[in-house]
Design a protein around this ligand. Structure first.
Ligand code: SF4
Length: 534
């Protein structure tokens, strides 16, 4: 058992809230170093450079948030977080600049509208992600919201699952596109009908990215919707009780157990935990193409209603935008909003006869939906602005790259551009079309500059592949030109409607490198990347 495991046994992580409230009175300088790690269970991390300020992540299960909750978040963002808040790739909100003294009021205010940070970080069930148009989309197999709610209610503040070997991510989807990317979660429930046409789920286990990416494996069983929680509990128990995973923290994710033991072994364990034999899974329902950015105006499955998906580049919102979004959702919709795992924001349930007025209000608040394709699918992690593991800047860099590309190239379909500040892949650069992994390069004159390894060709769905690193240590200022070059080449030579990632796989690394057109930095030594995993 590694040292942190021993520590977790002594200090039950769910009780750390008492310590947080105590430290709020005694001050930052009184916090015991070891307690910082347990703060994560309540969604709090020290932000870079660990000088008294905290990041806080607020859970939004399934990406569904009410106008009242968003308005409260806007107010907290204004009061405590210097006016900025980020939508994350797990559909949560993340704020910065909080002080330990702020925590009691922040927690109380969040609780007053039914929001929580419990389980947003730490070795626990993280925010459960789901399709942001669940219940709205005519193409979905069925509405997954009841399943998300059932799982959320069961795992929330559940002491039986509050000390997992490591972070534990669950996704639920019954959308044919699977834009929620179930295969990179520890556990994914993927909608499928059985031979009788009943709604239910296939179970995928052991996915995850970080520094060692794995694709989740289908364990070959089907459970009806009503028994989805039985299955989720069985998988969670297997993970929780895997003592060998608690030996090395760097190898404690479920993916390592699944990779070592295999899907068949996992299915046998699953059945024994379940206590009954589930139906075998029918044909796979994985999608051919999982690209969907939810940006634009779309008709809902409910006649006369629409959702508008707005592009929030790098996920960053101001408190004013958040407050305006809440007002717009109240005035033109039914007071509900959705966050997406591409860091965008959706306004559902807008009547057709109010669409024009809603769009005018959105424009006035700085929201956009009719944007170039290259902007729609862009993602950025937190990066060096606040993240202790970061090597380089991400969000501002993404804005600079996108602003340039919008004038330099035209794309007639979405391309996923994922910008990460280190190898940990919080912005999923292993599964983007174009993934940038932050690093430091040393120029021939000895100067050290921000740089990115350029990865190409990630895709999920029925033929999953991780990106291939094509060119290492491209100075950050040159990256946009390399991306321009490769997109132009793609546009010129692709076969009809061929996706970017499929086009990439026609070529060798050397060919792709030549398409990027960036010179190699001669003699640049490797600067060790962060090997830590968050
Ligand atoms: Fe931080 Fe790295 Fe994750 Fe970005 S990918 S948020 S830099 S740990």
């Amino acid at each position: 058992m590694n040292k942190f495991e021993e520590y977790k046994l002594i200090h039950q992580p769910l009780t750390v809230i008492d310590d947080i409230l105590r430290y709020a009175k005694t001050g930052f300088d009184t916090i015991e170093e070891e307690h910082f790690n347990l703060f994560k269970w309540y969604g709090i991390y020290q932000q870079r450079p660990k000088d008294g300020y905290f990041m806080m992540r607020i859970k939004v299960p399934g990406g569904r948030i009410t106008a009242q909750q968003l308005r409260l978040l806007a107010s907290l963002t204004r009061q405590y977080a210097r006016g900025i808040s980020d939508i994350t790739t797990r559909q949560t909100f993340q704020v910065h600049w909080l002080r330990i003294e702020d925590m009691p009021d922040v927690f109380a205010q969040l609780a007053s509208v039914g929001l929580t940070t419990l389980g947003a970080c730490g070795d626990i069930v993280r925010n459960i992600t789901s399709c942001p148009v669940s219940g709205l989309d005519g193409g979905e197999l069925f509405d997954t919201r009841p399943t998300v709610d059932r799982l959320q209610a069961y795992f929330y503040n559940n002491p039986d699952f509050a000390n997992m070997p490591r972070k534990y991510k669950i996704a639920v989807t019954a959308c044919p596109v699977q834009c929620v990317h179930p295969q990179i979660n520890d556990l994914a429930l993927v909608g499928a009908k059985n031979a009788k046409g009943e709604n239910g789920f296939h179970f995928y286990v052991g996915g995850g990215l970080s520094t060692q990416p794995h694709i989740a494996q289908n364990i070959g069983v089907w459970l009806p919707e009503k028994q989805a929680l039985d299955g989720a509990r069985a998988v969670s128990e297997i993970y929780r009780d895997s003592e060998q995973l608690r030996e090395r923290r760097t190898h404690a994710r479920l993916k390592f157990l699944v990779a070592a033991k295999g899907a068949e072994w996992f299915r046998d364990e699953f059945v024994s935990r379940l206590g009954y034999t589930p139906e075998p899974a029918g044909p796979s329902t994985l999608a051919d193409d999982t690209y969907r950015d939810h940006v634009g105006v779309n008709r809902q499955s409910q006649p006369g209603l629409n959702w508008i998906g707005c592009c929030v580049l790098a996920g960053r919102l101001t408190d004013r935008q958040m407050a305006a979004a809440a007002d717009i959702a109240d005035e033109f919709g039914d007071g509900e909003l959705r966050t997406t795992n591409l860091q965008n924001l959706l306004f559902p349930n807008i009547p057709t006869d109010r669409l024009t007025d809603a769009q005018d209000a959105l424009k006035a608040a700085g929201f956009e939906w009719d944007v170039p394709n290259i902007r729609r699918g862009a993602l950025a992690c937190t990066g060096i602005e606040f993240c202790n593991l970061a090597l380089v800047e991400t969000k501002q860099r993404l804005k600079e790259i996108i602003t340039y590309l919008e004038t330099a190239v035209e794309t007639d379909r979405g391309i996923k551009l994922n910008v990460n500040g280190c190898p940990n892949s919080c912005a999923h650069h292993y599964v983007g079309d174009i993934g940038l992994q932050g690093c430091i390069a040393k120029l021939p004159n000895g100067e050290k500059v921000d740089a990115y390894d350029i990865h190409l060709g990630g895709q999920l769905g029925s033929d999953p592949r991780f990106t291939r690193p094509i060119h290492r240590k491209v100075p950050a200022d040159s990256v946009k030109y390399a991306i321009e070059n490769i997109i132009k080449r793609y546009q010129e030579t692709r076969d009809g409607d061929e996706r970017f990632s499929v086009w990439v796989h026609r070529y060798t690394n050397e060919q792709l490198d030549s398409f990027l057109g960036v010179p190699t930095i001669q003699g640049a030594p490797d600067v060790p990347a962060s090997a830590a995993s968050v």
